[in-house]
Design a protein around this ligand. Sequence first.
Ligand code: SAM
Length: 188
Amino acid sequence: MRRTLSPMRRWLERCGVHPGETVADLGAGTGLLLPWVLARVGDSGTVWMVDIDPRNLMVARLRMGGTARFAERVRWIARSAADLPEIPSRSVDLALSFGLLCCMVQKEKAVDELYRILKPGGRALVNFHCLDLPISERARALRMTRERWQRLRARAPWEPLPGLAHGRWIHTECLRKPAVARGLSPAA
Ligand SMILES: C[S@@+](CC[C@H](N)C(=O)[O-])C[C@H]1O[C@@H](n2cnc3c(N)ncnc32)[C@H](O)[C@@H]1O
C-alpha cells in the first residue's frame, strides 16, 4: 500500500512534537516519519527507533543520509516492542504506534511497555487501519480491532486527548499518561 505522510504529520502536529523531546517510534518500519520527527525535536531531542525486523531499521538508517547531524540523537532497537529494557521507565515524551498493535502477538505486553516508558504527562499516538483489506471486509475488521484496542487501553489509566478525527478506515487516538502516575506496577 502506498503511504501518504500528510495525515500522519497532521496527527503528530495535533499530538505535539517539541524541541528537546524524546520520542519512541514503536514498530517504526522503514522510518517514514524519522526525518520529520528529528527536525521537530532538533539537536537536543532523541528518537528511539524500535522494530522487530532489523532490515526495516537498516532502510531507516539509509533514509538518514541527508540528516547526518542528527545521527547521534537516534537510538536503534531491533527487538520486540513487548520488551524494551533499553528504554528507561518514565523517559519518553511521545510514543508512536503506527500500525504496530494489529500486527503483533504480545499486544498486552507492548501496551504495558508503552505506558511504562512514558513520562507522567507523556503522550501516545496510536493508529491502526484496515486499508490493506478488500472493502467488503474493512468495516468488520476495523470494528474488531477497535474493540481489542479498547480492552488494551483499559489496562492503564490513560487520559484521552480530544481533537483527532478518525478516517473512515483508520483509527487514530492521542492519549496522555496522567501527570501523577497511577498504573500498572511500581515501574509504571
Ligand atoms: C504496518 S508496519 C508500520 C510501519 C511504520 N510504523 C509506518 O507507519 O510506516 C508495522 C511494523 O511493525 C513491526 N513489528 C511487528 N511486530 C513487532 C514487534 N513485536 N515489535 C516491534 N515491531 C514490530 C513490523 O516489522 C513493521 O515494520
